[in-house]
Design a protein around this ligand. Structure first.
Ligand code: 0O2
Length: 214
C-alpha cells in the first residue's frame, strides 16, 4: 500500500480519536463545572504511526488487508485517573454508553492482573462508528485507563523498550519490575487517604478561583 493510501485509510481513525478525546474531556469538564470530583484527570489520544502498524502486523502475522479487523489499537485513547478506584468508575461510565455511541468488544484488566513486565492498565476495546464523506465506517479503538503512577511507569518502560529495541537488559527489567511494584504501592497509599486529598483539592480550587476573580 502506498503512503497516500495509508493516509486515506487512517482518516476515520483520526476522526475517531478526535471525537473520543472531546467526549472524555467533556465528561471531566462537566464534573468540574459542578464542582464535583472527576474520575478523569486528563485524556490523550493518538493514531498509530504507519511504521508501527507495519511493525506490529509483521510481529503478529496480520496480513495488511486484515489490519482494520485484527489490529485493535490503531486508534488509541488514554484516560489518566488519580486513584485506582477511578479506573473502574471510568470503565463503568464507558459501559453505560455500550450500544449507544460505542460498542464494547472486550476488556483486559491488567490492573488486577499485571503483565509480566510489570505493566498495569485497564484496556477496553471498542467499535466506534465514524461518519465520513463516503458514509459510516466502524473502526476499532483501544481505550487505556490508568493512574498517573501507572502512566509514569508505562511511559518510561515504553521509551526504554524503544531504546533497547524490545530487548531491555535483564538488570534494567528487574529494576522496572521493582519500580512497578513501588508505583502500585504508591497508588495504594494514595487510595488510603483519597477523601483527604479530594477535600484538599477542592479547597485549593476554591482558593484559586477567588484569587483569579480578584
Ligand atoms: P504503542 O506504541 O503504545 O502503540 P498481548 O498479546 O495481549 O500481550 P497486545 O496484543 O499488544 O499484547 O495487546 P495489549 O496487551 O492490549 O497491548 C496493547 C497496548 O498496551 C500496547 O500497544 C501498549 O500501548 C500497551 N502495553 C501493553 N503491554 C505493555 C507493556 O508491557 N509496557 C508498556 N509500556 N505498554 C504496554 P503497543 O502496540 O505495544 O505499543
Amino acid at each position: 500500500m502506498l503512503v497516500k493510501d495509508w493516509k486515506e485509510f487512517l482518516i476515520p481513525y483520526e476522526q475517531a480519536v478526535e471525537e473520543l478525546k472531546i467526549k472524555f474531556k467533556s465528561i471531566r469538564k462537566q464534573y468540574r463545572s459542578k464542582n464535583e470530583y472527576s474520575p478523569i484527570e486528563f485524556v490523550t489520544g493518538r493514531v498509530k504511526e504507519i511504521s508501527s502498524i507495519l511493525e506490529k502486523a509483521k510481529k503478529l502475522d496480520i496480513p495488511l488487508n486484515k489490519v482494520a479487523n485484527d489490529m485493535e489499537d490503531i486508534a488509541g485513547i488514554r484516560i489518566m485517573c488519580q486513584f485506582v478506584e477511578d479506573i473502574y468508575k471510568v470503565a463503568q461510565i464507558i459501559h453505560q454508553r455500550d450500544g449507544k455511541d460505542l460498542k464494547i468488544v472486550y476488556e483486559k484488566d491488567y490492573v488486577k492482573n499485571n503483565k509480566e513486565s510489570g505493566y498495569r492498565s485497564y484496556h477496553i476495546i471498542i467499535k466506534y462508528p465514524v461518519q465520513t464523506a463516503s458514509g459510516e465506517v466502524e473502526v476499532l479503538a483501544e481505550i487505556q485507563i490508568r493512574t498517573l503512577a501507572m502512566n509514569f511507569w508505562a511511559t518510561i518502560e515504553h521509551s526504554l523498550n524503544y531504546k533497547y529495541k524490545q530487548d531491555i537488559p535483564e538488570h534494567i527489567k528487574e529494576r522496572l519490575k521493582r519500580a512497578a511494584e513501588l508505583a502500585f504501592l504508591l497508588d495504594e497509599e494514595m487510595s488510603e487517604i483519597k477523601e483527604e486529598i479530594i477535600e484538599a483539592q477542592k479547597l485549593f480550587e476554591v482558593k484559586s478561583n477567588i484569587i483569579s476573580d480578584i
